[in-house]
Design a protein around this ligand. Structure first.
Ligand code: NAP
Length: 537
């Protein structure tokens, strides 16, 4: 007989920690299953050199509890991976949720039992659990991806993916290191790798825009001020489109006179962080606006890179901000160093990996270490890897046609999958917001929903097909009105060979989304169908 709880939560990252706490506090029994050996989710795994958050640390945390917020002090503007992991352990200990968690436990499948109206969850370790509710807290970027380079297994040196970095130090000293990929992970790690390695070869397919982080240590006075301002900042975060204390911009790039526009961009550049991409409302809407900002950023790259034969290969021409905006510390300057070589894969694609290194169409690059900074099968990758089966044994792979037709309601629920909830699921605001703020909104909504079901003797809840179709259509229409869908990126799924292209993020802002979700709940879970318990006379 399987262990039964009210709710099983999959994953013990930001989502799983808060969901576990919230449900336990509401009197539900919870079991949280986590594949890794500890809490943290992606912050447990992505320990690559230079790994750091690119949201301001003082906002990249839980805000549901003033007491919790004030107990923790961030050391710097952008926290490093180890500090974020310490923070998540601190929270899990403060909330005392580790006792509800089982680590080193990988969920393999979850099957809806129609007769018993409960989920049967089976782990890779052979354990079985049953639960009335199944909640995914697997995150949007948790399945790392290494492209299928021919000959990869033959490489005799060491190789690592940035998203699965070893827990013991990797000695780069005196080594020839090849890094494939220049997304956030590559851009953060390359300057740090170059500090230690003897030679660095960056295998770049698409050049990147990047804005300086301007990271710095906080003073004690600043920390006291952040804590003092917490309630005001939280209020703005809860009512902003990004979940950050940045109000919705009403300024258009093209409509702002040149002198003023440049002054705004220069100011944002000097301040660093995510200010620049939030400075105007139409950067990702109007191609002309986008080009003005893109050209400003290309100008910064031209200023930084001193080698004239290298700089032209580092200039991006995609619509700025339609790939995830990148923050860096000394990224472009790194190419001024003589031991750093840029390999432009548009001119010489990788043919294969050999036992000695990387073979492009032009030459072989002998290497001791290969770093795959090649990203993630984002948004749907982890969910589709789990064998989740809803009504009539229909799997998620079947429902979503292996990713070709992803439909959800609010990014929170799926027709045909009763009592199943996805925190920051596809078609919710998720990765285009400050993710912890988006997570809190989902966790609180799900918790309120489960309370409602308990109070009203509801046996099952699931979205209607009509609501799901309507929501998915709306998400697509909003995305098609932007430049996001015109760029190859992990946002669109085009980073994964063979993956269907789709834009699975709700783009109308966390503020509007929160209101919509609240309205759904206030109207007795509009768009859902509820099946009630039979009350015995
Ligand atoms: P990513 O943004 O998807 O970047 C992957 C890189 O690998 C890209 O440069 C891509 O080139 C390249 N690549 C992929 N397949 C390739 C192939 N077959 N051949 C050559 N190059 C290939 O992945 P990421 O850097 O890990 O970042 C993913 C996301 O995680 C970020 O956008 C961010 O949301 C999150 N993240 C956040 C932080 C932070 O908070 N600081 C840090 C790391 C990651 P193309 O561009 O040409 O596809």
């Amino acid at each position: 007989m399987a262990n039964h709880v009210d709710a099983i939560v999959i994953g013990a990252g930001f989502s799983g920690i808060y969901m576990t706490y919230k449900l336990r506090e509401e009197g539900f029994t919870v079991k949280t299953l986590e594949k890794a050996a500890g809490v943290g989710g992606v912050w447990f795994l992505a320990r690559y050199p230079g790994a750091r958050c690119d949201s301001d640390s003082i906002y990249y945390n839980y805000i549901f509890s003033e007491e919790l917020y004030k107990k923790w002090s961030w050391s710097s503007r952008f926290a490093a991976q180890d500090e974020i992991l310490s923070y998540l352990n601190f929270v899990a200990d403060e909330l005392d949720v580790k006792k509800e968690m089982q680590f080193n436990t990988e969920v393999k499948s979850a099957i809806w039992d129609e007769d018993q109206t409960k989920w049967l969850v089976i782990t890779a370790q052979g354990e079985e659990f049953t639960a009335t509710y199944l909640i995914s807290g697997v995150g949007c970027l948790s399945t790392s991806s290494i492209p299928n380079f021919q000959g990869r297994e033959s490489f005799k040196g060491e190789s690592y993916h940035t998203g699965n970095w070893p827990h013991t130090p990797v000695d780069l000293n005196g080594k020839r290191v090849g890094v494939i990929g220049t997304g956030s992970s590559g851009v953060q790690s390359i300057p740090v790798i170059a500090e230690e390695a003897k030679e660095v070869y960056v295998f770049q397919r698409t050049p990147q825009y990047s804005v300086p982080t301007r990271n710095r240590q906080f003073t004690e006075e600043e920390i006291a001020q952040f804590k003092e301002a917490f309630l005001d900042a939280r209020e703005i975060m809860l009512n902003s489109p990004s979940g950050l204390p940045i109000p919705r911009s009403t300024r258009s790039v093209v409509d702002t006179p040149e002198e003023e526009r440049v002054a705004i961009l220069e100011d944002a550049w000097e301040k660093g962080g995510m200010i620049l991409n939030n400075a105007f409302y139409d950067i990702v809407i109007d191609p002309k606006s986008n080009e003005l900002v893109s050209e400003f950023l290309r100008g910064k790259i031209r200023e930084k890179v001193k080698k004239s034969d290298v700089v032209e290969h580092l200039l991006p021409y995609y619509y700025y901000s339609t790939k995830r905006p990148i923050l860096d510390t000394n990224y472009h300057d790194t190419y001024n160093q003589d031991h750093v070589t840029l390999v432009n894969l548009r001119q010489q694609p990788i043919e294969c990996i050999t036992e000695n290194g990387i073979q492009t169409t032009e030459k072989e690059y002998p290497l001791d270490i290969i770093v795959f900074a090649t990203g993630y099968d984002a948004m749907t990758g982890t969910l589709l890897k789990l064998d989740i089966r809803g009504r009539n044994g229909v799997s998620l792979q079947e429902k979503w046609e292996n990713g070709a037709k992803v439909e959800t309601y609010l990014g929170l629920g799926l027709a045909g999958f009763p009592n199943f909830f996805t925190i920051t699921g596809p078609q919710s605001p998720s990765v285009l917001t400050n993710v912890p703020t988006a997570i809190e909104q989902h966790v609180e909504w799900i918790s309120d929903c489960l309370n409602y079901l308990r109070e009203h003797n509801v046996k099952t809840i699931e979205p209607t097909v009509e609501a799901e179709v309507q929501w998915s259509k709306q998400c697509t229409e909003i995305a098609n009105g932007t430049l996001f869908t015109k760029t190859e990126s992990w946002y669109t799924g085009s980073n994964i060979d063979g993956k269907s292209r789709d834009f699975l993020i709700y783009l109308n802002g966390l503020d509007n989304y929160r209101q919509l979700c609240n309205e759904v709940a206030e109207h007795g879970y509009k768009g859902y169908q509820l099946q009630y318990e039979e009350i015995k006379a």
